[in-house]
Every structure is written in structure tokens, then in C-alpha cells.
Design a protein around this ligand. Structure first.
Ligand code: UD1
Length: 466
């Protein structure tokens, strides 16, 4: 007879959903092949409610085929102590009622730490997926969550060898550490084919055919390279005017073939590249994500980033699915003039232009669902981000990634991937964008263990140990 184990899986915030979905699939697979293991697993999914907007949570359940959570703690927003404390209190009640054999937490959000802490105090074993990542910047709330969760977990599943090294240096016994690969890549590879079939690129009018002079009824949407983003505003205004006149003059003569098109996708990072190919010729565009407190809570830092981004906006549309915290900050810091807010993802091509040239605005949209975001990211000319997971996803997709941070907890994306750190420096942002546009971009070598089977390895280890 099979031994029945009860596992609780925790999700709380947006970056958790794509890490738990592959685990659920792997548990189901494990249970359906029970002859190979004496252990059957019954799982419950607990949603802490840290993220609660439809676009930040429910949309991901739909896209990732996640089952409805068995329990929803409805914790919501709050300061860090308040949010972490609320999850701790509510999750302890769940543990006392459910008495699971194991709790699985993922990533580094407040819910991750709170649930690990509640479990370990009740002597319930904890597995931490995406363990060992370190930015060595303790001002980041996620770094504190990572350090503390790893210190109290029983099974530490790392995505890459640096994770193991970090944990060993911190005194974690080697027998608790398992190098299994990157679980986000499981989700990415599983959903990529489906993602590329969404209609989001058409809805955003990123098809280059919509941007010919004939279709638009006006000139070329190509801006000149911008050398120095930090300069006198009056000089800048005059220079822009001069360029605009030059562009108008040139556009009267320019053929359609001069329109920018996406570079061809590269080969060689471990899975079929054909799925990355655009369904049609795409306009060059940048995809932006930005939400870290260090970047958006401080006017100076946010202002410097915007300075760089506006120069990118002169070269190609900047598509910005906007995190709710960032939207609040844009308004609170009166930074609205740099942005154009769209209340739907349905863009007309001409909305990207003003007076025959690209608008120098960052285009804000509601946050995208998982599949749409993946589609937009896979076909972007480049990605600008301060997210952690996106640094990995762009490495797998071989899309240039310009990270708006001065540290990364994912150094493998710098050494093996397409990632480069520019912090909030407008000159570096522009220089890196120009490198990509000039064809001088980094190519990725996807780590071999990022193969889409991380969740299966984790479930096999846990099933034979718990
Ligand atoms: C959290 C994670 C971060 C992760 C990010 C991804 C922590 C410490 N941080 O940051 O690691 O990269 O999620 O999204 O756990 N809000 C809404 N609607 C929502 C969710 C949040 O309006 O559905 C607002 C909140 O009211 C709050 C702000 O966004 O003002 C921040 O939310 P919070 O969950 O505290 O952290 P994030 O910044 O999203």
C-alpha cells in the first residue's frame, strides 16, 4: 500500500505562480506513475493574497492552468512588517488545522519567509525552491527574505551552482542542498508555443506592416542615435527640433525598406528556436518592467532612469506593463509627463507617433498576463527591467536584457546570458541600447540544467525523503 503524504504549496505574489505551476504538474505526474514510488502525494495550494488584483494574480491562474487555491488568506497590502506578520498569523492557523508533512515555498517574497517561519516553528519540514540566490544587498527586502528562508529550510533547491556556493559559505550543511535547475524555465518552455499564439503583438500594433509610411500616412519612425542623455534641457530641445526637421526632410525621400525590423533570433540555447520566430515582421520595440522600491520610491533615482528611457523612446516604442506600485509612484512623484497611459492593450499604430516621429513617451499599460508577457518579451528587440526572474527568462530566450540595478542575485545571467547591469545611469542605459541596435549584443549560452525538468527533480527528491 502507498504511503500518503500531505504537502502544502504556497503562493502569494505574481512571481510565485509560474514557479508553483510546474510543481503541481510534477506532483500529478508522480502520482499517476505510482508504481515507481511507494509515496503518493496529496497537495493543497494556499494563496496568501499578497497580490490580489486580477492582473497580478487571477490572470496567472488562468494562463498557467493553476487549480483554484484550496485556501486563500486574503492578506493584501501593507508595510513589510505588517504584511509578513499577517501571513505568519494566518498561515499558522492553516498549519494547525491541516497538519501537513511538508510546506513548499518558492522565491523571495514576504509570503515566502512568513510561511517558512510559521512552519518551522511547528516543526514542519520546509522546502525552499529557488534557494541560494544572493544580491549581497541587504537593503533589498527580498535579500532578507532569501537569507532567512534559507537559514530555516530543510530542503534547499538551487537553480545554479553559485547558489550552492553561497549556501555552503553561510554554513548550510551540504546534504540539505540540491542543485536542480531553474523552475521558471520549466514554465517558460512549457508555455512558449501557446504564448506565441496570443494576439497581443497585433493588439499592440507591433507588426511592422502597420508602420510603413503608406499605412501611417506620414514619415519614417526612425530616430537618430542619441549620444548624451545628460545635457542642458534648452540645448536638448533645440537639438530635438533640428533632428525633427532633418527627419521630416529625409522622410519625404525614404523608402519603406529602411523601416526597422527585429533582428533574427539566434540558435543554440537548448530548445527549438523556431518557436521564437515572429509570426510576421515586427517593429523594433523595447519592453520595460520597473517596480523595485530602490528605483521607483525615490524621485532622483526614478528621474535618472526616466532620462535614459526617454532616449530609448526616441529610437523605438517602449512598452511598459506597469506594476501597481510604480503607477502609484509616477502619480505621487509627479512624473506623469514622461508617460502616456493607455487604458487598454489595443493600440492604433498612429498612437506611437506625433508629428510624424515616434513620441518621446513611455507607453504604460495594465500588467500583462503570463502568456501575453512571454510573447511580448520573446519578440522584443531588448528588455529593460529591474525584475529578478526576467533576467533569467531573457537569458533562455536570448533576448538582450538591460537590468536597471547595480547588483543581481542571478550572476549566471551576466556570465552566460544576455544580461548587463546599468543601475539607474542614463548614459549606461543609452550606451547599452545603442550596442544592441548596432548589432553588438551579447548572446546567451543557456545553462544545461535549465532544461524544463526542474520540478520533476524536486518532486522525486522530496518524495523519496519526506
Ligand atoms: C513583490 C515582491 C517582489 C516581487 C514583486 C513582483 C516582496 C517583498 N516583494 O513586490 O519580490 O518582485 O512582488 O510583483 O514580497 N499592489 C496592488 N495590487 C496588487 C499587488 C500590489 O495595488 O495586486 C500594490 C500594493 O498596494 C503596494 C504595492 O503594490 O502598494 C506593492 O505590493 P507588495 O506586494 O508589497 O510588493 P511588490 O512591490 O509587488
Amino acid at each position: 500500500m502507498n504511503d500518503l503524504k500531505k504537502w502544502l504549496l504556497v503562493v502569494g505574489a505574481r512571481p510565485n505562480f509560474m514557479k508553483v505551476a510546474p510543481l503541481i504538474r510534477a506532483i500529478d505526474k508522480h502520482n499517476s506513475a505510482r508504481h515507481s514510488s511507494p509515496v503518493a502525494v496529496r497537495y493543497s495550494l494556499v494563496h496568501t493574497g499578497q497580490h490580489y488584483d486580477f492582473n497580478m494574480s487571477d490572470a496567472f491562474f488562468k494562463d498557467l492552468d493553476l487549480p483554484k487555491p484550496n485556501l486563500h488568506l486574503g492578506v493584501g497590502s501593507g508595510n513589510h512588517g505588517e504584511q509578513t506578520g499577517k501571513v505568519l498569523i494566518e498561515f499558522e492557523k492553516v498549519l494547525l488545522a491541516e497538519k501537513p508533512d511538508l510546506v513548499i515555498v518558492v522565491g523571495d517574497v514576504n509570503s515566502t519567509l512568513a510561511c517558512a517561519l510559521a512552519a518551522v516553528k511547528l516543526h514542519i519540514p520546509v522546502a525552499h525552491v529557488e534557494s541560494g540566490l544572493r544580491s549581497f544587498d541587504r537593503r533589498m527586502p527580498e535579500e532578507i527574505n532569501r537569507l532567512l528562508t534559507d537559514a530555516i529550510s530543510d530542503y534547499l533547491f538551487t537553480p545554479s551552482p553559485e547558489g550552492d556556493e553561497n549556501l555552503l559559505k553561510e554554513g548550510i550543511p551540504g546534504e540539505k542542498i540540491f542543485l536542480v535547475g531553474d523552475i521558471m524555465v520549466d514554465s517558460l518552455l512549457f508555455h512558449l508555443e501557446k504564448a506565441k499564439k496570443t494576439d497581443i503583438l497585433a493588439r499592440l500594433s507591433l507588426n511592422a506592416d502597420f508602420h510603413t509610411p503608406r499605412a501611417l500616412g506620414f514619415s519614417l519612425p526612425v530616430a537618430d542615435p542619441v549620444e548624451d542623455p545628460v545635457e542642458d534641457p534648452e540645448l536638448r530641445r533645440r537639438e530635438l527640433r533640428r533632428r525633427e526637421l532633418r527627419r521630416r526632410e529625409r522622410s519625404r525621400r525614404a523608402p519603406c525598406s529602411e523601416l526597422p525590423a527585429s533582428p533574427a533570433p539566434a540558435s543554440g540555447s537548448g530548445f527549438s528556436r523556431s518557436v521564437l520566430r515572429a509570426p510576421c515582421s515586427l517593429l523594433q520595440y523595447a519592453l520595460l518592467t520597473l517596480h523595485r522600491p530602490a528605483n521607483v520610491d525615490n524621485r532622483e533615482s526614478f528621474g535618472r532612469i526616466i532620462q535614459g528611457l526617454l532616449h530609448v523612446a526616441a529610437r523605438m516604442p517602449v512598452i511598459f506593463p506597469t506594476h501597481p506600485r510604480t503607477l502609484k509612484q509616477i502619480k505621487a512623484l509627479n512624473l506623469d509627463p514622461a508617460f502616456e497611459f493607455h487604458d487598454s492593450w489595443n493600440m492604433k499604430p498612429e498612437q506611437y507617433y506625433e508629428d510624424g516621429v515616434l513620441k518621446q513617451k513611455i507607453h504604460c499599460f495594465e500588467p500583462l498576463g503570463y502568456l501575453d508577457f512571454l510573447n511580448v518579451m520573446a519578440h522584443a528587440t531588448l528588455v529593460l527591467t529591474d525584475s529578478g526572474g526576467i533576467q533569467e527568462e531573457t537569458t533562455v530566450l536570448d533576448v538582450p536584457c538591460i537590468t536597471l540595478r547595480d547588483t543581481t542575485e542571478r550572476p549566471i545571467t551576466l556570465t552566460e546570458g544576455t544580461n548587463v547591469l546599468v543601475h539607474n545611469d542614463p548614459r549606461k542605459i543609452v550606451a547599452e541600447v545603442e550596442k544592441v541596435l548596432g548589432g553588438n549584443r551579447r548572446r546567451s549560452r543557456c545553462p544545461s540544467i535549465w532544461d524544463g525538468h526542474t520540478a520533476e527533480r524536486i518532486v522525486a527528491i522530496l518524495a523519496s525523503n519526506t
